[in-house]
Design a binder for this molecule. Structure first.
Ligand SMILES: [Zn+2]
Length: 592
């Protein structure tokens, strides 16, 4: 087992096997008061337990005895900016250790929203985002994906609010102010999740449904109505869904991600609920995590490609099975294009850092890491070379073998060798495999997805740029065709071109977040001020990092843009999640 450099925990000596949580949600103080009882499996001498924490106030630490609880000596280490503080507890092989604590209002893994920041505007809202290492800001825990535990929680909250966790929540939205949930399957800490707000349930199918604010629930259930079919096709390809129900919780627009694959309860951004299902691959993605990531987990964040790379691949297979090959190919081409655009300007030395061989780990930045894209590309390449009749059973066998375990790249490569490369010699060469696993960048021989519809879009863009003739048929383009048109357009256009596009296609003010982030990035880089009011509205309304960070980056390219960005950020900031706030601050600081 490799040591996880993102955690103070010592899983070689002791592991949490089950966690009992008592949580009270205090909205006025924006804190959570909790007790976390760890059931432990010892393999070392039993003299100490080290937990990860960040900005927690530890109230007491106790160990279980034959007739109750005894206080335990403990020491909370000095805080490290990235890792937080180690909580070192002196133990004597205690079967259970209980930590009572309270969170800080600034906990990096929690966001507390005033009623104005919700759709309903009457009740407050709170939610967690534990990935990657933020669980420690609301639960003292061995915060490493190499440790898995089941959990049960008793949560109290103001009685008008519904509380949900990444657990079996049932489908009853009766509000009592007191909730009990159970997560019977063992999960890593980054999948601990909680949310509370004015939430109602809307069923989709037998095993699936939507939780959302009343204003959003029916629309979201309609947008995600293919969820049940997505589950069926994934099971047919890669084996059973092993988590009971699959529900989607639609969060307020400040949620920093597209989705978070919290088991049994995906957290999703409302920015994909636009009425035409064109962005529901986010749901395919989060569902895919029920196999890659949640079921078979990377044992440290350095091997994130085992999680996100596999998920991106499975997502694409779901999209193909439910919506057809044409859409799946367009989505792959969009992802590959974005990878290539990021790689092109890099020197060989930079490339070696940004995108090393898959076996060599990469720092995970949440939205910008290239490792997962390379991992997905690698799997698509294997599929193409071996054929689906061979590759699909191989992948299913991998999920079955490592179900509910945490593994590293070497484990996968050994499995690949044993179950694919050795039994079928001559299909791929050792040099080709080494190019993916050990060399930086994307191999020359990697096959690029090609979409006929994108070729048409490319041709029309080209002729618009040279003759000024607007693309015919643009008004009936799919979302993906628009993304292609904007992705391969020059970063900077002149005001006349922008005005012409906008007049014809009404891009400014679009409700489609993926189109918006591309359009406003060009608007910002081109300093096209007529669209700045709507751009500012977008940055203030939405807190999803993938959508807002590129626009901040584009604004930061000029002095005037930077000043404008700083002003917008000041007013948008109260609605942003701490993770988004930190990311925007980094962009603005780097630019100044
Ligand atoms: Zn993901």
């Amino acid at each position: 087992m490799t040591h996880d450099r993102h955690s103070y925990a010592e899983p070689a000596l002791v592991r949490t096997t089950h966690l009992d949580l008592e949580l009270d949600l205090d909205f006025s103080a924006k804190v959570l008061i909790g007790a976390a009882t760890h059931t432990l499996a010892w393999s070392g001498p039993g003299d100490r337990l080290v937990l990860d924490t960040r900005d927690l106030t530890v109230l007491s630490v106790e160990g279980s005895t034959a007739d109750g609880w005894e206080p335990l000596e403990h020491n909370l280490g000095l805080p490290d900016d990235e890792l937080g503080s180690a909580l070192a507890i002196r133990t004597a092989g205690h079967e259970q250790v209980r930590v009572s604590y309270r969170t800080a209002p600034t906990a990096t893994g929690l966001q507390w929203l005033e009623p104005e920041m919700t759709a309903g505007g009457v009740l407050p809202f709170m939610f967690s985002q534990s990935q990657t290492i933020h669980a420690r800001s609301w639960v003292p825990v061995q915060d490493t994906p190499s440790v898995r535990f089941s959990y049960a929680a008793h949560v109290t909250a103001p009685p008008e609010l519904m509380v949900l966790m990444s657990a079996d929540n049932g489908t009853q939205s009766r509000r009592t102010g007191s909730y009990d949930v159970v997560m019977p399957e063992p999960i890593p800490s980054y999948l601990l999740a909680i949310a509370a707000g004015d939430l109602v349930f809307e069923p989709i199918g037998e095993r699936s449904g939507v939780w959302a604010e009343p204003e959003m629930a029916k629309r979201a259930a309609a947008e995600f109505s293919d969820t049940e079919e997505m589950m069926r096709v994934t099971e047919a390809l890669f084996g059973p869904y092993r988590w009971g129900r699959y529900d989607v919780l639609v969060l307020p627009p400040s949620f920093p991600y597209g989705g978070m694959e919290n088991p049994r309860m995906t957290f999703a951004t409302p920015t994909v609920v636009i009425g035409d299902k064109s962005l529901v691959s986010v749901i395919a993605h989060e569902l895919a995590h029920s196999w890659s990531g949640n079921l078979v987990t990377q044992d440290s964040w350095d091997d994130i490609w085992l999680n996100e790379g596999f998920t991106s691949y499975v997502e694409n297979r779901i999209v193909e099975a439910v919506y057809g090959t044409e859409l799946a190919v367009m989505e792959t081409a969009i992802k590959q294009h974005s990878t290539v655009v990021k790689l092109d300007p890099l020197s060989p030395a930079e490339l070696a850092v940004e995108l090393p061989g898959l076996n060599h780990g990469s720092e995970y930045h949440g939205t910008t890491s290239l490792g997962p894209l390379k991992g997905c590309w690698f799997l698509s390449w294997l599929e193409e070379r071996f054929g689906r009749e061979v590759f699909d059973p191989f992948l299913r066998g991998y999920f079955d073998r490592f179900a509910f375990r945490s593994i590293n790249s070497e484990d996968f490569v050994a499995h690949l060798q044993e179950h694919l490369l050795t039994p079928r010699p001559g299909v791929v060469s050792a040099e080709e495999i080494a190019a993916w696993l050990d060399e930086p960048g994307i191999p020359q021989f990697a096959v690029r997805a090609e979409s006929d519809r994108f070729e048409v879009v490319d041709r029309l863009r080209h002729s618009w740029l040279s003759t000024g003739e607007l693309p015919a048929g643009g008004k009936t383009w799919t979302t993906q065709e628009w993304l292609r048109f904007l992705d391969a357009a020059p970063d900077v256009l002149d005001a006349e071109q922008l005005q012409q596009l906008d007049r014809e296609f009404g891009l400014t003010g679009t409700a489609n977040g993926e189109i918006a982030r591309r359009w406003y990035s060009i608007v910002a880089a081109s300093a096209y001020t007529p669209a700045y009011d709507e751009l500012a509205t977008f940055l203030t309304r939405v807190g999803r990092m993938k959508l807002v960070l590129p626009v901040y980056r584009a604004l930061s390219r000029t002095e005037a843009g930077r000043e404008f960005a700083a002003r917008v950020f000041e007013s948008a900031r109260p609605g942003y999640h701490p993770i988004t706030t930190a990311a925007v601050q980094k962009i603005l600081a780097a630019a100044s």
